[in-house]
Design a protein around this ligand. Structure first.
Ligand SMILES: Cc1ncc(COP(=O)(O)O)c(C=O)c1O
Length: 455
């Protein structure tokens, strides 16, 4: 049924991403009219606690507390509503932001390149990696390895990095040379009797076997998100990255870390890289970078990569890559201000302070008949839902688990996300202890409703 406000509107005018486009013409949209704190309001002014921070990105939440950021945007729109950064041209806030990102970088980084989305950041990084190997006279190094379960974006290259076969269908993707290794769900894919340590040994061996089979001198890069967001907010099993990084070093493979979700406090550190002791050559960042208040993303590259890219661009005359809106002065001014707010609020300390409670909340769900496993870090975590706990049987697709849980959550005043059969929590980072309890209560009520409906 169409919401009342939409009665005379043309809902067919909007084509929505990740939506059943035909069904949408019948059911119409869920209209969101405003936000305040960690709540979004629908067109009946019903408050919905935003348990997923929009798309894992609205770290500072919504509304009046952000008025100072709105003022910065408004001033920037008047002072310099647009100025490109092509061909040596620059402006103040793009320099300020890049300096700040290098100062905050979790490992020594040399340069920052800006785009408008996480997909574009990963796309840019793919091109940088190829350009880098061409600059090192190894242009045959083009293959890129990523993991099943990881999402890296929707452009042709970033979707090719993405490890989800459902997302390729009818697009004829992935592109050639985008290889995959297994994802990290120990609960689901660990073998009977296999310890976590043996599981990560097996994953590391799979990676090394693939590199050797393909030929190490054809592998350009390995791509990983510190916590696998699209696999349902799945932290890495213990020891995984230590083993993987040893292999990458052994074969001189570029390590790209996708911090699009994990960066800017989500894991209880500024970066997931710090949380898991990673040593990336390239980092991609978006979402929390600007608290999603402006469409902006960043690629950070270390000196090893940059010096080769710079020499190659000198040889060719230019680094022929960039977007009209890259380093847009409104996006960069807002992002500088958002980072100031993060620092003033000590947002990372705040997340760290809530982590124990968040973990206890996740653990408390173990007694629920639909929950087979729980895991999380910082303010990012998920509950693995199963039809049968004993046998770990998953819900069949026809059951429609995600829409059922999400609708039940809305009826209890919480917006929760279900992805890969996991009920995911990634609330705005400004959430309080009391609000976390409310989120947990809403999620439990949603699970209870769905469980009761199965009787
Ligand atoms: C880890 C990760 N990388 C990249 C992206 C793509 O970002 P965007 O939607 O801004 O293009 C996403 C989006 O959810 C993501 O979760």
């Amino acid at each position: 049924m169409k919401p009342t406000w939409l009665a005379d509107r043309d809902i067919a005018s909007v084509m929505h991403p990740y939506t059943n486009l035909k069904k949408h013409l019948d059911v119409g949209p869920v209209m969101i009219t405003r936000g305040e704190g960690i709540y979004l309001y629908d067109e009946n002014d019903r408050a919905l606690l935003d348990g997923a921070a929009g798309q894992w990105c609205s770290s500072l939440g919504y509304g009046k507390a952000n008025a100072r950021i709105a003022k910065v945007a408004s001033d920037a729109l008047i002072d310099l509503p647009y100025s490109h950064i092509f061909r040596h041209q620059s402006h103040k806030s793009v320099v300020e932001l890049s300096e700040k990102l290098l100062a905050l970088a979790p490992v020594p980084m040399s340069k920052v390149m800006l785009q408008c989305s996480g997909s574009e950041a990963n796309d840019t990084a793919v091109k940088m990696v190829w350009y880098y190997w061409a600059g090192r006279n190894q242009p045959q190094r083009r293959k890129i390895i990523s993991r099943m379960g990881s999402y890296h974006g929707s452009t042709c290259a970033s979707l090719s990095l993405t490890g989800n076969t459902d997302y390729y269908r009818s697009f004829g993707l992935p592109l050639d040379g985008f290889l995959k290794v297994s994802g990290l769900n120990y609960y689901r894919t660990g073998l009977p009797g296999e310890t976590e340590d043996q599981f990560t040994d097996r994953l590391a061996k799979e990676l090394e076997d693939l590199i050797v089979k393909e030929g190490p001198d054809t592998i350009a890069a390995f791509w990983a998100d510190p916590v696998q967001g699209n696999a349902g907010a799945l932290p890495p099993p213990k020891g995984y990255f230590e083993k993987v990084q040893k292999i990458l070093k052994k074969y001189d493979i570029v390590f790209v870390v996708d911090e699009v979700i994990c960066g800017f406090g989500r894991t209880g550190e500024w970066w997931g890289t710090q949380r898991y002791g990673l040593e990336p050559d390239i980092i991609t960042s978006a979402k929390g970078l600007s608290s999603a208040m402006q469409p902006i993303s960043a690629v950070l590259v270390n000196e090893k990569i940059f010096s080769v890219i710079a020499a190659e661009s000198d040889r060719l005359g230019s680094f022929i890559h960039g977007y009209t809106y890259a380093g847009h002065p409104v996006t960069t001014a807002v992002t500088v201000e958002v980072i100031k707010v993060y620092e003033e609020l000590d947002i990372v300390g705040h997340v760290k302070g809530l982590e124990r409670q968040f973990q206890a909340i996740l653990e408390s769900f173990r007694d629920h008949p639909l929950i087979g496993n729980v895991s999380g870090v910082g303010l990012l975590g998920g509950l693995e839902m199963v039809k049968d706990k004993e046998t770990k049987t998953a819900f069949p697709k026809e059951f429609g688990l995600a829409p059922k849980i999400e609708a039940a959550g809305r009826s209890h005043g919480v917006l929760v996300r279900v992805i890969a059969d996991r009920l995911v929590f990634a609330p705005p980072l400004i959430i309080t202890a009391e609000e976390l309890d409310k989120l947990a209560a809403g999620a439990r009520a949603a699970l209870d409703d769905v469980y009761a409906s199965m009787a």
